[in-house]
Design a protein around this ligand. Structure first.
Ligand code: FCB
Length: 411
């Protein structure tokens, strides 16, 4: 079988902080700009997508895609606790309307890594008040935008804090990691917060954040369900965890804590968003290095597109929800490898479909070359190249190739 089911969703994704530019009320803006930052470079103007969204959506449509997954920025919508910016909400309403006017289905993520500075200064997701704070924001945004939202994702990769924390512990820098700890202390000081409370999503304590993130998704699902026009779900970062050489116990531990406790918490949701890039192999005493001779991506991890098939099957089995692949892609300077990677990943989607797994769509990360968090602009995940001096967009061969696959609905 080479055809995808009728109505299969084809799209591309971005996230506000990575493409919009000047996200100045966010926690990461402060952390990127400070002396001795842990970020390779600041996000700056990014791809100026905040202003250029109409032509970027038109480009995505012209390439052949029908869905645009993007995030709305909490830090713009609630830049100070309790102050909700009507102007920011209007902006996102225009953006969603622009999708609809151009015949593109909007999939809106309510939280994609960044948060308002006030939230992170005050304990972020490690403080139990995060649950109510996030629900209040979702309610305001849901009331302003929900009638136009075809698909809603509450939190992007709610399991990333625990994943990052456990990986940090596995390499023996628990609580230490000098530069990270100093940066958090300095960010607390600069933002006028209490030492030890500054807790950003990607570099805080995932053990403390996890129960709040799971509770926040459940509460936000309840809030958004009556407000959003269409399905509501959450996305999960799923590595294909494998065992080698006596690594079964460690693999199972990671699998339980990082993948399955989140997937189990989604039972009854409208969909689960699967976001997969590679596999991680465990040996007896920890994570194994990338096998000798294996190809690596720009992120350092293994080129292993088959991971997607495994995680789709796992997500469907454990959550019981229909699956939408909400992110999959590769950081590479060699666009022919992007095509090879995506073709093999889609082969895996077809195998899962042939076995009756309910997969509803494939959304590629990313539409644009963009700001890859700690790594800055070096990794190239885009189907479309962006000249950051001129902001000119130039689709790569992979963009035309995947656009044709989308239009034909077959591989
Ligand atoms: C995912 C993130 C996304 C991007 C890709 C490469 O974990 O959701 O923002 O950074 O990885």
């Amino acid at each position: 079988m080479r055809r995808f089911p009728d109505g299969f969703l084809w799209g591309t994704a971005t996230a506000a902080h990575q493409v919009e530019g000047a996200n100045t009320s966010s926690d990461l803006w402060l952390m990127e700009m400070m002396k001795d930052s842990v970020f390779a470079e600041p996000s700056g103007d990014a791809c100026d997508h905040y202003h250029r969204y109409p032509s970027d959506i038109a480009l995505l449509k012209a390439l052949g895609f029908g869905v645009y997954r993007f995030s709305i920025e909490w830090a713009r919508i609630e830049p100070e606790e309790g102050f909700f910016s009507a102007a920011a909400l209007d902006h996102y309403r225009r953006m969603i309307a622009s999708c609809l006017a151009q015949g593109v289905v909007p999939m809106v993520t309510f939280h994609h890594f960044t948060a308002p500075l006030w939230f992170t200064r005050d304990g972020g997701w490690e403080d139990a008040r995060s649950v109510g704070r996030f629900a209040r924001y979702c309610e305001r945004a849901g009331k302003a935008l929900g009638d136009l939202v075809d698909y809603a994702c509450t939190i992007n990769e709610a399991n990333v804090p625990i994943m990052v924390t456990m990986m940090r512990e596995a390499v023996g820098v628990a609580g230490g990691g000098g530069k990270r700890v100093r940066a958090l202390a300095e960010a607390a000081r600069l933002s006028g917060g209490e030492a030890g409370r500054f807790a950003p999503y990607l570099s805080g304590d995932g053990h403390a954040a996890t129960p709040n993130l799971i509770a926040a998704h459940r509460k936000a699902y309840g809030v958004l369900k009556p407000l959003a026009k269409g399905p509501v779900g959450m996305t999960v970062a799923l590595n294909d965890f494998q065992a080698d050489d006596g690594g079964e116990a460690l693999r199972d531990m990671a699998n339980k804590a990082i993948n399955e406790q989140f997937l189990e918490s989604l039972k009854g949701d409208d969909f689960v968003g699967v976001q997969t890039y590679t596999r991680v192999r465990f040996g007896k005493s920890g994570v194994l290095p990338v096998p000798d001779g294996a190809e690596r991506t720009q992120m350092g991890y293994e080129f292993y597109p088959e991971a997607l098939e495994a995680t789709i099957r796992q997500a469907a089995r454990v959550s019981g929800c229909p699956v939408i692949v909400t992110e999959n892609g590769i950081g590479t300077e060699d666009d022919t490898r992007r095509i090879a990677y995506t073709r093999r990943a889609l082969d895996g989607v077809l195998r899962a479909l042939a076995d009756g797994v309910d997969v509803r769509g494939y959304i590629h990360w990313s539409l644009l070359d963009n700001y890859e968090w700690l790594e800055g602009y070096r990794p190239k995940f885009g189907l479309v190249e962006v000249d950051r001096a001129t902001q000119l967009r130039k689709p790569k061969p992979s963009a035309y190739w995947l656009g044709e696959v989308a239009k034909a609905n077959q591989l």
